[in-house]
Design a protein around this ligand. Structure first.
Ligand code: SOE
Length: 390
């Protein structure tokens, strides 16, 4: 007999309240916490509780937990991921910790969201992907946080490209430029050590551009050639000057399935550029341009219009018809960078509820990792062409 609430007819995953644990509480932990805190105010998502925030410094993590809306804090992630009241583990710790935590959490039957890039090394990324495939067979989901897929303007760009509005895509230009390392006196951080970060601008920000190129076109990168450069080779560390062991900037050209060419330029020393992810897509029937510093806008040129009327027009991607925007404010009340993480958590929760694979999957994260590896190999060998493994 049907229950009065109707809840009994819903699959188990829709009825329960998911317990969420987050590992890491720095910049990304703050951005993800903000998303967990706000998502249910705007989107219909399954019930969840922000149970526990985990970090190494007991005092600092307790303070962050109270500020970001977590019920409690802890310092031992191993204990937290085996708790019965934890169903979801969100990993915002540095890249060198991703593999160990993600694999343990998946094996413990927890759904896992992990920040990009998937891992610091290919070997770790492959192990994580294998663990994700095994867990998926048991109904346990996993996702990598390429959050820019959830910028409404970029989601719209993908739709327009898939609908054929640009015709056959010929080439894509992407640049991700920042300047927070422009000052040669900027101190050492874990992001500048190969051991803890894997690579520099390449893994940190070119990875977003590489993901976008494949996401927008729906095609895969087959061949790469790249150059990496460290302009500031030593920086002040806790014990004096320390060698920087990752790149400050990266350049790469790619060839994709579908006969598409692409280029990526990524820098953390591009003076004056703060967080500028610029993407241009050129097809036989039209073109699109986007800049993250104006993330509510997409520029579209329809080359099928009469020539005398042609020109790039600005689409203010802020209508209820646009991806994700029905949930937000009335038209013209623009949204920001942090909303991409809210959309990410929304999509992750819905996939868990529905028992479907969220995207981007660990496989997609591994695919980006193969491209990063090919760029590094090409740069190291000064080779003009390196075939991307898949
Ligand atoms: C630092 O360069 C950083 O925070 C990246 O790690 C993020 O992925 C990017 O979104 C913003 O910049």
């Amino acid at each position: 007999m049907p229950s009065r609430s109707g809840l009994a007819e819903l699959p188990l995953e829709s009825r329960r309240t998911f317990g969420v644990a987050m590992i890491g509480y720095a910049f990304m932990g703050k951005a993800h916490s903000n998303a967990w805190r706000n998502v249910a105010s705007f989107f219909d998502v399954p019930a969840f509780e922000q149970k526990v925030l985990v970090g190494r410094d007991a005092g600092a993590v307790a303070e962050a937990a109270a500020r970001y809306g977590w019920a409690e804090s802890a310092t031992d992630w191993q204990t937290v991921i085996t708790r019965d009241d934890i169903d979801i583990v969100d990993i915002c710790a540095p890249g060198w910790m991703h593999a160990e935590i993600a694999i343990a959490a998946l094996e413990a039957g927890k759904h896992v969201l992990v920040e990009k890039p998937l891992a610091n090394t290919l070997a770790e990324a492959e192990l994580m992907t294998a663990a994700a495939a095994k867990a998926r067979a048991r109904g346990v989901q996993s996702m990598i946080g390429f959050n820019y897929r959830r910028v409404p303007a970029l989601a719209l760009a993908r739709e327009l490209i898939a609908e054929g509005r640009l015709g056959t895509i010929r080439h894509v230009r992407a640049a991700y430029l920042q300047d927070w390392l422009g000052d040669a006196q900027a101190p050492m951080t874990w992001r500048l050590r190969r051991k803890t970060a894997g690579s520099g601008a390449l893994g940190d920000i070119a990875s977003h551009a590489i993901d976008q190129i494949q996401f927008l076109t729906g095609e895969s990168i087959l061949e790469a050639s790249g150059v990496l450069k460290t302009f500031v080779t030593q920086r002040p560390g806790p014990d004096g000057l320390e060698d920087v062991t990752v790149d400050d900037a990266a350049w790469a050209t790619f060839w994709l399935t579908g006969n598409i060419g692409a280029s990526v330029e990524a820098s953390r020393v591009a003076t004056g550029q703060k967080n500028s992810l610029q993407i241009e897509v050129y097809g036989t029937k039209g073109a699109l341009t986007f800049d993250l510093e104006n993330l509510n806008e997409l520029r579209f040129l329809d080359a099928t219009a009469p020539v005398r009327e042609q020109g790039f027009r600005r689409i203010l991607v802020n209508e209820p018809e646009h991806p994700y925007l029905e949930a937000w404010w009335p038209q013209g009340h623009i949204i920001g960078w942090e909303h991409t993480f809210t959309h990410q958590v929304r999509d992750f929760l819905l996939a868990i509820r529905d028992g479907t694979q969220p995207s981007p999957s660990f496989e997609e994260g591994l695919n980006v990792q193969y491209v990063l590896d090919a760029v590094e190999e090409s740069a190291a060998n000064k080779s003009t062409l390196t075939v991307v493994r898949h």
